[in-house]
Unconditional design. Structure first.
Length: 605
């Protein structure tokens, strides 16, 4: 039985709730945290369409499906005292890589880790990117600043924190696995208390811009460092000009974490900034067109801009799938907060949720880890406050989840991680046509990033009328009449393909019969693989029973097309013994026997 704790909030606000996963057999639950101000990320390290979890200073927690995880011990070697993390496929080889950053100069902990596509990562210690002593900082972010299909890296240096005493570091990807440090830009010519960086094409002109929180945490504040990329205007590979006019540049803030989102679904990106000093409230700047922004007040958007607190990260997603984007904010002292969007950009604070935690909370990552169509959260914090929170909202609202994959090093194409890509969808919600917009980026929380998949809620819409994908390399693709409540994969320039989460189709052969095959390994601990064949499209159920005939788990219960498939079954907290698994498809029914041995088999079998 999965142990959970939950808090509900009023039915007037979609009857939404989260549950905190507390099952001690889940390694995420059992894993202790280490240190303050750490981040977290949902990332698919092995391309099985299941988001795995990383949080700073820890190993990868591999998602096995059905809400189960296994810790990949020593998958990321010798991290040390790291703070921020950012993920991208920097070498365009098809798997996602990691950079972690640390303020600890003497320990030399800032490193690039290359994904070896076997559950392990190799620390890169050569070249400019491997000079860990010179690359100290607080936060980091990947993004393709010159649109050459290779992800570049920005490290922001919190001067005066730990051993940091240098400007920011900007690394241009050479495309051959090496980097060159660029010191000739406005981004790298100053020393300040830089905190968390973000790449965003805020003006939607086809190149990514830079936004850096610069919180001195002194209750006085200063200006943040914001830079517009002039690649498109002047065709200069890394010419960034500091934005020095308008409210977003001249407002006195104590900036931590910038995000660019469309709060009111009007087609342009608005800005939100968390501030650390209690005398300086959070900021929401609404775009009124042509890079003109207005600072919102409590009367305009609610207490999201007036609540006092030592705010750190802000994370955005449509948690209730109603067609507008909501916000969760972490706090270094006091309560983290959840704000529900009413659909027009006004936010109501909901205080009766399990995610409203009293105590220090740091970096949050958002992703649909259990594949049920709504957004879940992992919150990094202390041993008391950190946690995995499953979204259990049951309001019937529809959704779509899209994974974009760039073509990589080809002219006019996009990096494999699709960073910089913008996706827009239009659907008729409650009788009104509504456009929504999302941007794929590799840092959108406090030292954290959300899953790279794009997620939209579409309320009661029956179909997505239009979906526009504007790739970072410049290509635009348009799709119409897209069915909701599905996971899709889109490779740049190709067609839209449905993904079946947790189930892998093997080969292209059309089977001549329904068949359930023997699992392997058998007996097993903690996981085994089950293969099966589907002769014709229909509902498929595979369930596990004990020797008394009691159902102990349901592995698959969904409609599948004709094909050969395999899936993983994780024993979780099911005790050792003999079990039977049965496949049902219409009148077809077949059963196999397996054994779970948690005493004599090691966790790596």
């Amino acid at each position: 039985m999965v142990l959970i704790s939950s808090l509900f909030f009023t039915a007037a606000l979609s009857s939404q709730f989260f549950v905190k996963v507390t099952d001690p057999s889940n390694p995420i639950v059992a894993e202790p945290t280490a240190g303050n101000y750490i981040g977290s990320s949902w990332v698919d390290i092995d391309n099985d369409e299941l988001p795995d979890l990383y949080f700073s200073r820890k190993d990868i927690f591999k998602n096995l499906g059905n809400g189960n995880f296994v810790k990949l011990v020593n998958s990321i070697p010798a991290q040390g005292i790291v703070l921020g993390n950012s993920w991208a496929d920097y070498d365009n080889d098809g798997d996602i890589d990691l950079f972690v950053v640390s303020t600890a100069k003497l320990q030399a902990n800032s490193h690039l880790y290359r994904n070896e596509n076997n559950g392990t990562f190799t620390k890169i210690t050569t070249g400019d990117i491997g000079d860990s002593v010179s690359n100290t900082g607080w936060g980091c972010v990947w993004g393709d600043i010159n649109n050459d299909t290779y992800a570049d890296l920005l490290i922001v240096a919190a001067s005066g924190f730990g051993g940091v005493n240098h400007p920011n570091r900007l690394f241009l990807n050479n495309g051959n696995g090496t980097f060159i440090r660029i010191d000739s830009t406005n981004v790298t010519d100053s020393i300040d208390a830089f905190t968390v960086p973000m790449f965003s094409d805020y003006d939607q002109d086809g190149d990514i811009d830079i936004f850096i929180g610069t919180g001195p945490a002194n209750n006085i504040g200063s200006f943040d460092y914001l830079f517009r990329n002039y690649l498109k205007e002047q065709n200069v590979p890394y010419y960034f000009h500091r934005i020095d006019t308008g409210i977003i540049a001249t407002d006195i803030v104590d900036g931590q974490n910038w995000n660019w989102i469309d709060i009111d679904n009007d087609g342009d990106l608005d800005a939100f900034l968390t501030n650390y000093s209690t005398s300086i409230r959070n900021r929401l700047y609404k775009c009124e067109g042509n890079r003109y922004y207005v600072k919102m007040t409590q009367a305009d958007v609610g207490t999201i801009v007036s609540d006092a607190g030592a705010w750190l990260g802000n994370s955005w997603g449509d948690f209730d799938n109603d067609g507008d984007i909501d916000c969760f904010i972490t706090n270094d002292a006091g309560f983290s907060r959840y704000y529900s969007n009413n659909g027009s950009g006004f936010f109501t604070r909901i205080d009766t949720l399990a995610v409203n935690i009293n105590g220090q909370t740091y970096g949050t990552t958002i992703g649909d880890y259990d594949g049920d169509g709504d957004l879940d959260m992992f919150i990094a914090g202390t041993n008391i406050t950190k946690g995995l929170y499953r979204n259990e909202t049951a309001n019937g609202n529809k959704w779509i989840n899209l994974r974009c994959i760039g073509m990589g090093p080809q002219s006019g194409m996009t990096n494999k991680s699709a960073l910089g890509t913008i996706v827009k969808v239009k659907a008729v919600i409650n009788g009104t046509p509504k456009w929504q917009i999302r941007e794929i980026n590799a840092q959108n929380g406090f030292n954290s990033m959300n899953m790279l998949n794009v997620h939209f809620g579409i309320g009661n819409a029956s179909v997505i009328d239009s979906m526009i994908v504007k790739w970072g390399g410049g290509l635009t693709q348009v799709f119409t009449n897209v069915n909701p409540n599905k996971f899709y994969k889109l490779i740049e320039g190709q067609g839209l393909n449905e993904i079946v989460i947790g189930i892998t189709q093997t080969g292209n052969e059309i089977p001549g019969k329904f068949e359930l095959k023997q699992n392997y390994p058998n007996p097993f601990n903690p996981a085994t693989k089950i293969s099966f064949s589907v002769m014709q499209k229909g509902m498929i159920n595979i369930s596990v029973y004990d020797v008394t005939g009691r159902k102990v788990d349901e592995i698959i219960n969904r409609e599948l097309n004709t094909g050969n498939y395999e899936t993983d079954f994780y024993a979780g907290n099911i005790s050792s013994g003999v079990y039977f698994y049965t496949m049902t498809a219409g009148n077809f029914r077949e059963t196999k026997k397996n054994g779970i041995d948690k005493i004599n088999l090691c966790a790596c079998c």
